[in-house]
Design a binder for this molecule. Structure first.
Ligand code: IFM
Length: 477
């Protein structure tokens, strides 16, 4: 089978045309605090749930932790210079909550905020637009100790933290994302437990999802109060969900997983309601007693932009009592109430995460958000792939990753031509980093990181992406 993400083989004529993106298209790359910063116990930072989780034996592959990571905390200047060398127009980073508000309550930690002030100033000094994410999964541990996201109060704490950051950085940061991928925080963190804090309870996962969205809504209001000119949004990770066949039972399995993966978040955030069919599917898990009057109005507080993270597609089939469950999805499950739905592999090329490469799925996803949910400007706030890289003579030729980006940028362009108001694209990731439960064993970066020496080597994909940015599009091949 041919690889949908690969350029044609040598000798095969490639008639793909050059593609130009709209003027002002925001080309960027993304990272997250715990994945790159290191300096876990410096400058007043206190543990987050990911510090606790990664230091718990058996939770992260090879016992890796984010203690040092890419040591970005100490290498901010050269790292931003590298971004400038690649020509990035924007850099999406996240603020570590326990660095700026140790413990998750009380006053700001000036030293923590100073790190982000320096980062933002350095970016602006190089003409790079800072794009700030408030929460990329690093809940302060003391907030987990009093209940974590399943507890309603965490939402209010998050809004307080948003105010602290907006007061400090609102004068120089235009783009604000409240949450990154609340599905992962809720359903991997509290459902399957493969992410921090590693709890496994379907009802807690559903409560966590609701309180994350409530925290988002309260934070949007707090950001607007602090900085009326801020452009505020949220980032959701979305998947097209395809039935393995047209059999009604497979179609229903796809409906259920689409409900949990996509509509659980899109509907409350952009329509102010939970889908009725999803609530029915979840009836044996929760009675939704945690949802109070007014919550959905808060959750759907109007936004300025919507961020979409896209990696792959889910193909699913009806439960089969005789089938061996896929290990990753086995109970405890991140699909409460639909644990028995089967995730099917189609035999198409996959990345090193075993995720199927499916660029057309990006077109579908962006069109769906625009056509079914919102006219707001959309940004691909993450898209990328892990592959095994090899350093040869000081170079990394990551042809697979480059082909993945190429195919997905072509898909992004197709979505724009179909009328989607897509305004920017952020590659995941600027550099190799701590890939959560996989530790440092998976590399998503356009820039290779040697974790012993901390030497950075831009891979072929980074050089290629720099050229894409320079041209504002893709050259004819
Ligand atoms: O590394 C993660 C990132 O933190 C969130 N989105 C998906 C990426 C790849 O798994």
């Amino acid at each position: 089978m041919s690889n949908p993400a690969s350029p044609p083989a040598v000798g095969v004529v490639d008639d793909r045309p050059p593609l130009t993106f709209p003027p002002g298209f925001l080309w960027g790359a993304a990272t997250a605090a715990y994945q790159i910063e290191g300096a876990a116990a410096e400058g007043g930072r206190t543990p987050s749930i990911w510090d606790t989780f990664s230091h718990t034996p058996g939770r992260v592959v090879e016992g890796h932790t984010g203690d040092v990571a890419c040591d970005h905390y100490h290498r901010l200047g050269p790292d931003v210079a590298l971004m400038a060398e690649l020509g990035l127009k924007s850099y999406r980073f996240s603020v570590s909550w326990p660095r700026v508000q140790p413990g998750g309550t009380g006053p700001a930690n000036a030293e923590g905020l100073d790190f982000y002030r320096r980062l933002v100033d350095e970016l602006l000094g190089h003409g790079i637009e800072p794009w700030l994410t408030l929460y990329h999964w690093d809940l302060p541990q003391p907030l987990e100790d009093v209940g974590g996201w399943p507890a309603r109060d965490t939402a209010a704490r998050f809004a307080d933290y948003a105010t602290l950051v907006a007061d400090a950085l609102g004068d120089r940061v235009r783009y604000w994302t409240t949450l990154n991928e609340p599905w992962c925080s809720a359903f991997l963190g509290y459902g399957s437990g493969v992410h921090a804090p590693g709890r496994s309870d379907g009802a807690d996962a559903v409560r966590a999802g609701h309180h994350l969205m409530l925290g988002h809504g309260l934070a949007v209001q707090a950001l607007r109060a602090a900085r009326p000119t801020a452009e505020v949004g949220v980032t959701v990770n979305l998947y097209p969900v395809t039935p393995a066949s047209e059999a009604p039972a497979d179609v229903d399995a796809a409906r259920r997983i689409d409900g949990l993966a996509n509509r659980f978040f899109l509907d409350p955030l952009l329509r102010g309601s939970y889908p009725a069919d999803l609530m029915a599917d979840l009836a044996k898990v929760t009675d939704f007693g945690h949802v109070r009057d007014g919550d959905l109005a808060t959750i759907s507080t109007p936004l300025d932009v919507v961020g979409v993270n896209y990696y792959s597609r889910h193909v699913v089939a009806a439960p089969d009592p005789d089938a061996e469950p896929e290990p990753y999805w086995r109970a405890p499950s991140c699909w409460p109430g639909s644990e028995d739905v089967r995730f099917v592999t189609r035999g198409v090329p996959v990345t090193d995460m075993n995720w199927e490469i499916d660029a057309p799925g990006l077109v579908e996803t962006l069109r769906r958000v625009h056509e079914e949910y919102t006219d707001l400007p959309l940004y691909v706030t993450e898209n990328g792939s892990a592959f095994v890289d090899e350093v040869v003579d000081g170079q990394v030729d990551d042809a697979d990753r480059l082909a993945y980006f190429d195919a997905h940028l072509r898909a992004a362009h197709e979505a724009i031509e179909a009328g989607v108001p897509l305004r920017g694209y952020f590659a995941w990731s600027l550099m190799d980093n701590f890939e959560w439960a996989w530790g440092y064993t998976k590399r998503f970066g356009m820039v290779h990181v040697d974790y012993d020496s901390q030497v950075r080597i831009p891979k072929s994909s980074a050089r290629w992406y720099a050229e894409v940015i320079r041209r504002n599009g893709l050259a004819a091949q």
